[in-house]
Write a protein that binds this ligand. Structure first.
Ligand code: CDV
Length: 312
């Protein structure tokens, strides 16, 4: 049986503050049809794909923020996306803000799901590395309030037996942390799918603004190589309200090479034939964990950390 999985990355251009979910879903369906026409079996969308990136705005009104969250999935707004996927027999991955009541407690997560080609949710991930801050910081050109509006994910970094391979997920800031990928690498991951909303401007260190695109590819390429896995990284790109978001959507081979990359900052689809057996080129050689890893010397990595200051 072929181990080649045809994967599309569906970059989204900006989503305006006033843009309804129905519009975002309509754009995603158009991209899904385009991906299917290119032969894709799985199409990957960005983080928080249904709305504008709302953590840019501060409010103390929880009800204002809860408007950006989904209380069920699929729901009325997203059902057409699930229906189209089933009709086209294509799988997809996308991110959304999830509001759930678990054991009587209301919880807010930055979530992504993998949906199989029957339109059924096959796997879920909740973002673990939440960047930004918790209080209003008016000196910033825009806020980044993920630490205020979300809590840390509670599902870990799992690897799922779907689409004939071992597939994992993470979301945006997670990709900057080597541990994210190593935990999945230790489970033999063959494809990691992730979406991101990365501003060009980073208020705490604006001297790094010109490096945003470089850092994006640097971490993704290193992670692919060091774990011998395919990685699909998908941006929400372009000028969203007053914030420039980087593009750079790409598909990376287990050798760390970028196989294909978006050229625009708008809605765009790229595709690669991902031969999952190519993971062995790395996983059985230079990064053969059984032969060469030295975990006893890495103990500090999992030691307890110091508590951060309250507003970070
Ligand atoms: N959505 C994100 O997680 N964005 C962060 C920014 C704030 C640095 C990122 O790592 O791209």
């Amino acid at each position: 049986m072929s181990r080649i999985l045809k994967v599309a990355a569906a970059q989204l251009g900006p989503i305006a503050l006033a843009e309804p979910r129905s519009s975002a879903v309509g754009r995603m369906i158009a991209l899904m049809k385009n991906a299917k026409a290119q032969g894709a079996e799985l199409v990957v969308f960005p983080e928080l794909a249904l709305t504008t990136f709302f953590p840019r705005w501060y409010t103390e009104e929880q009800s204002e923020i809860d408007k950006y969250f989904e209380t069920e999935m699929p729901n009325k707004a997203t059902q057409p996306l699930f229906d189209e996927a089933r009709k086209l027999k294509i799988g997809f991955n996308f991110g959304f803000a999830e509001l759930v009541v678990e054991n009587g407690v209301t919880r807010h997560f930055n979530t992504a799901v993998i949906v199989n080609n029957q339109g059924e949710i096959a796997a879920k991930y909740r973002k673990i590395h939440l960047p930004g801050h918790t209080e209003n910081e008016p000196w910033r050109a825009f806020q980044h309030l993920e630490k205020r509006y979300f809590e840390k994910g509670n599902l870990g970094f799992q690897v799922h037996p779907v689409f004939g391979g071992k597939i994992g997920m993470c979301i945006c800031n997670d990709r900057r942390w080597p541990e994210t990928f190593r935990v999945m690498g230790l489970q033999g991951v063959e494809l990691v799918v992730l979406g991101y909303n990365t501003p060009k401007h980073y208020p705490p260190a604006p001297e790094h603004d010109h490096l945003q695109e470089f850092h994006n590819h640097l971490v993704l390429q290193a992670a692919a190589y060091q774990n011998g896995t395919w990685i699909v990284g998908v941006a929400k790109a372009g000028k969203e309200e007053d914030c420039e978001l980087i593009g750079g959507t790409c598909i990376i081979a287990p050798t760390g090479e970028i196989v294909t990359e978006c050229k625009t900052l708008a809605d765009e689809v790229i595709l690669a034939e991902c031969d999952l057996d190519r993971c062995k080129e790395i996983q059985e050689n230079i990064f053969n964990f059984d032969l060469h890893r030295q975990p006893k010397d890495y103990a500090l990595i999992t030691a307890a950390k110091k508590e951060p200051p309250s507003n970070h």
